[in-house]
Design a protein around this ligand. Structure first.
Ligand code: ZN
Ligand code: ZN
Length: 267
């Protein structure tokens, strides 16, 4: 059984439960560790930790860490977007994710809604879905240097809306762009096997695709299983599916090393 979950959102950003409700849910599930990763501040989106709430977030997680020390390990992480502004030295770990593309000075969300993704592809890339993917993966390839990411969040999140009619050309250009990003991140970061889009009904399989997961495995990459839960009910949601992926692809380890050099094994 996977014994921890390090990608969870709370009321401090766009989640709907308090950190304490999340901790209680995690204890009930028998997890040994829970890590918080609310969205860091970005200037153009209000679903993120507001600057004035940042200290409150860190203090509240520290309080829970102490209060529940006998029952569960609690980590204070952060999900940094490519465009986030924050001092990450105050957190235990960083998940680095690309949620927006900036094209010709305009910001487009890539995983917000099928409508916005469609608008981005049509308006910024003239309908060329491979060009959209190339721009996305180019940004992903820089996520370690821009955010200090220890974990890469939902690597191929641009495939989120396949069931809602956003079908990308995942041929040669797509594969090449994804591979370039993977190659630049593989030595430095763990990649999520994320069930977040499954528990929210967008997908039937976790991120990333089997082809990407196979590439990570073949090249000695590391993985971490994440729920990207936005509610207490979704903590560790669908982890049995991710666990099956681990064994199908022959991963004998999963976990990540935090900013203090501590390795958190999930098995
Ligand atoms: Zn994210
Ligand atoms: Zn997230």
């Amino acid at each position: 059984m996977i014994k921890s979950d390090f990608h969870v959102h709370t009321l401090f950003s766009d989640g709907s439960d308090t950190p304490e409700a999340i901790v209680k849910a995690a204890i009930k599930l028998g997890l040994e560790e829970i890590g918080f990763s609310d969205h860091a501040f970005v200037s153009f989106d209000d679903c993120r930790i507001e600057k004035e709430d940042r200290k409150r977030y860190i203090d509240e997680i520290a309080r829970l860490k102490e209060k529940y020390a006998g029952s569960i390990g609690v980590l204070c992480g952060i999900e940094m977007d490519y465009f986030s502004e924050d001092d990450v030295s105050d957190y235990d770990y960083v998940i680095g994710s690309v949620h927006y593309l900036k094209v010709n000075g305009k910001i487009y969300g890539v995983d917000h809604s099928p409508e916005m993704t469609r608008l981005c592809i049509d308006e910024a890339f003239k309908g060329d879905t491979a060009a959209f993917a190339e721009a996305y993966y180019e940004q992903v390839s820089k996520i370690r240097e821009t955010t200090g990411a220890d974990i890469v969040g939902h690597f191929d999140v641009i495939t989120k809306f396949e069931k809602r009619g956003i079908n990308l050309d995942t041929g040669e250009r797509y594969a090449r762009a994804a591979k370039t990003a993977l190659d630049s991140l593989l030595p430095h970061c763990a990649f999520e096997i994320s069930t977040g889009a499954m528990t929210r009904g967008y997908r039937d399989t976790p991120y990333p695709s089997d082809a990407i997961l196979a590439y990570i495995r073949e090249n000695g990459g590391r993985v971490v299983v994440s729920s990207d839960a936005h509610t207490a009910a979704n903590v560790a949601g669908k982890f049995e599916v991710a666990e099956k992926k681990l064994s199908d692809f022959g991963f004998s380890a999963c976990g990540f090393t935090d900013k203090n050099g501590v390795y958190h094994s999930q098995l």
